[in-house]
Design a protein around this ligand. Structure first.
Ligand code: MTE
Ligand code: MOS
Length: 826
């Protein structure tokens, strides 16, 4: 067991790590007392409010921007434009994201910002600004961008083995195409920043950001300042989900610019429509693929091109694409593979990180392939998946397509088998079969899918973290670390880690908000690695202090320092029963002996390497595993469906905080199910006056999962005896991997749709699988699979959707949006 992962050898009842405690701020959240950035406005004197001038065309050159009329509006104090920027006019790190653009790049693009005494005055001021535009041709979906060869950023390929040979030798070859939608984060708290400048010109920005250090850097470069002149604080976020990893920077920079120019606090908070129309979302993808199976259904080779719809600028599209390529294997061994990726540049919001960060998009491709091919191969999808799992017990460990050995492959089988058993899978499947035989117009299905998700940032440098731990003379402990809290329970876990390492009760430890002047150069709280990285740093800081206190206590207890034990606020010596000191006594003694009672902690993940130029290496410390079985019921008249029951077994290592982890699994699963079934982002793709406009601009048109979509029977179990050597106290990251358990919902819907047709029907299911899409799929299934789009052979190609001889399956207006092209066995 590694030093990092080993838990203290104490009575489990006193172990703080691993105990099921509620979120540290749960009571504040539910009573409304928790403060979010915008709540601070009411406590800030003389605050100005910011409102954007948003262009309402998808692409245009700005010919006139006359802000003078805004100043006639009572209350308007200042209009910010490019001319005001003392530093770099860019909101990102790729220098392709002008903060004040001279070309409108998407419908909703903010071209300037109005500051006023009230929000209403700012809004009226923005309406008064005279903006004249010369429209330019725009690309508003991935297909158009591909056709126009409009790409941005790197075009990486992950490759191994002999793909052509593998396909050639495979007895069953299929090819197909798939296009699937992105997702809106819909965090409850929209983007927000509140800035102020002190008498020395020190800029202080409170920001709802997952990446305070980068917010700080961008604010500094926009203002032409150094990092030490800018401090960013994040109290907490009302959800981030990746949407606040890169996107808060520009808003923080606008607020900070406003403060430096007016000398007053500036508040910028997007309302929901502004947030929806201005900020990036999960990338939708397009994929073309060809796969070869042997007679047993074992994958021989896979070839694919995946195209991410990046929107107007890069921000995180490159690392998102890299993670997609690194997850197209999911839990399956693919001996010969070549997957090429590219990023389309389209005139939409700049798509960005979203829980899973490309992982879900990569896995979507392989899960879709398996779901569509299983009936064509005549193999039960459960069996087809199992036959392709990474295996243990083979001579040389199997590696991923990017060359990383898969450690603990047996855990895929472990979680899978446990779900099959605990969900009573076989018996329920028989029941589903009986039900379907008896019901012509309602069908059920039960599907199970696995998850294997790599933990660590692909970019090795990001895998470091810092912490600052103070022990005060009275024995109370204050911790600071570089991670941010967005509801995921990171702070709760960090309190538990500190209490465990110092051997004090949880009540002795408090946590202060994340600030760049406490812990510098932090990574985003992202890639699910918050607890791994910051936990390592907090543990390191606490260990430094504990080691010093061991020396102090060793004198008092008459034992060597190594034999001093700190448990639950009591300090004892091995073999000295009856003799003990309190934590407070030892701390006080240490102070008078002039022993340092605070420490800066640091952690770097060991053993990682990644070469992005060849897309090879071992970028991940370990993999998180999980499996989910989902039962659905579909109505044949409407395509409406319900999720009847979900069973999950998920691997979080030895949990740091089981209640938090189960909450993350439930939340991740439901958010994934939302992406795959309900949440339907639509842009106006017509040639009309609103081309490029996001049509789903509010909760009334963008359907989120709510209580009514929760599975009535939802069983989440943590994999037991799952100690992880490479992470703090034997735990594993949990934030993102469970999202991808939701593929079981999609696969169940596919199988239920297939049940409306003859046995062996392969179903193409659009994503999101809205009731409408499911209706089309089951209608297609009912017609049987005799329309000539499922053929076996070797010279096939992905069918052309504009082919006039292709069967008209959907109303013309729907084809481009929801149609999934036919699958060809080629
Ligand atoms: N859970 C809640 N409640 N709110 C969030 O915004 N973000 C998710 C996940 N779980 C999120 C969440 C994402 S995208 C990530 S990367 C992780 O939390 C980040 O936190 P962690 O690294 O501490 O797990
Ligand atoms: Mo999460 S998408 O890595 O912020």
């Amino acid at each position: 067991m590694s030093h990092l992962s080993q838990r203290p050898d104490v009575d489990p009842a006193t172990m703080v790590v691993g105990s099921a405690i509620p979120h540290e701020a749960a009571a504040l959240h539910v009573t409304g007392k928790a403060l979010y950035t915008d709540d601070l406005v009411a406590r800030t004197k003389d605050c100005l409010h910011a409102w954007p001038v948003q262009a309402t065309v998808a692409r245009a050159r700005i010919t006139v921007l006359d802000v003078t009329p805004a100043y006639d509006v009572p209350g308007v104090v200042r209009v910010l434009t490019a001319a005001d920027v003392p530093g770099v006019n860019d909101a990102g790190v790729k220098h392709d994201e002008p903060l004040f653009p001279d070309e409108v790049c998407f419908h909703g693009h903010a071209v300037c910002w109005v500051l006023a005494e009230t929000l209403e005055a700012a809004r009226l001021g923005a309406a008064a600004v005279r903006l004249e535009l010369e429209p330019l041709p725009a690309l508003v979906n991935v297909k158009e961008a591909i056709a126009a060869h409009a790409f941005q950023g790197a075009q990486p390929t992950v490759e191994r083995g002999d793909v052509a040979g593998g396909i050639q030798a495979a007895p069953h070859v299929f090819s197909g195409e798939l296009e699937f939608a992105g997702q809106e984060h819909f965090y409850l708290e929209t983007h927000c920043a509140l800035s102020d400048v002190d008498e020395n010109g020190q800029v202080f920005v409170q920001s709802s950001t997952q990446h305070p250090s980068e917010t700080q850097e961008i604010v500094a470069h926009v203002l032409g300042l150094h990092s030490h002149e800018v401090t960013v604080q994040c109290l907490r976020m009302g959800g981030g989900f990746g949407g606040k990893e890169m996107q808060p920077h520009g808003f923080a920079a606008i607020a900070a610019l406003g403060s430096t120019l007016t000398g007053r606090p500036v508040r910028l908070r997007l309302n929901r429509t502004q947030d929806l129309t201005m900020t990036g979302k999960r990338h939708g993808f397009h994929a073309d693929w060809r796969v070869g199976f042997d007679d047993d259904g074992v994958i021989q080779a896979l070839e694919a091109t995946v195209t991410a719809d990046g929107g107007w600028s890069l921000d995180l599209s490159e690392p998102v694409l890299a993670r997609a390529l690194c997850h197209i294997d999911n839990a399956y061994w693919i001996p010969n593979i070549r997957v090429s990726g590219r990023i389309a540049r389209s005139n939409k919001t700049s798509q960005t990180a979203f829980r899973g960060f490309g992982g879900p998009q990569g896995m979507m491709v392989i899960e879709d392939i398996l779901g569509r091919c299983a009936p064509l191969l005549g193999i039960d999808p459960v069996e087809l998946r199992r036959r392709n799992f990474y295996r243990s017990g083979v001579a040389t460990p199997q590696t991923t397509p990017y060359g990383q050995p898969v450690r603990h492959p047996e855990r895929v089988n472990a979680v899978f088998d446990q779900v099959i058993e605990s969900s009573d899978f076989e018996a329920r499947r028989e029941e589903v079969g009986r039900f379907n035989a008896e019901h012509e117009h309602v069908k059920r299905a039960l599907a199970i899918t696995p998850v294997k998700f790599g933990i660590s940032f692909n970019l090795t440098a990001f895998n470091q973290a810092g912490a600052l731990v103070h022990v005060y003379k009275d024995g109370s402990v204050l911790i600071n670390h570089g991670g941010t809290e967005m509801g995921q329970g990171l702070h709760t876990k960090m309190l538990q880690v500190a209490a465990t390492t110092l051997g004090v009760p949880l009540s002795r430890v408090r946590l202060a908000p994340t600030r760049t002047d406490k812990v510098p150069n932090t990574s985003a709280t992202a890639a699910s690695s918050g607890a791994d990285l910051n936990g390592g740093a907090v543990k390191n800081a606490c260990e430094q202090i504990r080691r010093r206190l061991e020396q102090v206590a060793s004198g008092g207890l008459g034992v060597p320092a190594e034999d001093v034990r700190f448990v639950d606020g009591e300090v004892t010596g091995l073999g000295r029963s009856g003799l003990s000191l309190t934590w407070e006594e030892v701390v006080r003694t240490a102070y008078f002996q002039r022993v340092q009672l605070f420490a800066a902690g640091y952690y770097r993940t060991e053993g990682l390497h990644w070469d992005s130029s060849v897309m090879q290496g071992s970028p991940f410390k370990y993999f998180a595993y999980g499996a989910a079985a989902t039962e659905v019921e579909v109505d044949g008249f409407t395509g409406a469906y319900t999720t009847r029951r979900v069973d999950i077994v998920h691997d979080v290592g030895d949990s740091l905080s089981p209640l938090i982890d189960i909450g993350q699994i439930e939340g991740g699963f439901v958010q994934g199910a939302g992406w795959l079934t309900l949440e339907d982002l639509r842009w106006d793709e017509s040639d009309g006056p609103h081309r490029g406009r996001l049509s789903t601009q509010s909760a009334s048109t963008y359907k989120l999962p709510s209580f009514s979509e929760m599975p009535p029977d939802f069983r989440v179990t943590l994999l037991e005896r799952a100690h992880e050597e490479g992470a703090v106290y034997g735990s594993k990251a949990v934030g993102e991997p469970p999202l991808m358990l939701a593929f079981s919902v999609r696969e169940a819907l596919r199988e239920a749709a297939a049940a409306f047709g003859p046995p062996g029907t392969s179903v193409d299911l659009a994503s999101p699988a809205t009731p409408e899409a499911v209706w089309w799929a089951l209608t297609e299934a009912r017609r049987g699979h005799d329309e000539g789009h499922v053929v076996e052979g070797k010279d096939g190609h992905a069918p052309d959707r504009s082919d006039p001889s292709a069967p008209a399956r959907r109303p013309a207006s729907e084809v481009e949006r929801t149609a999934v092209p036919h699958l060809t066995e080629a």
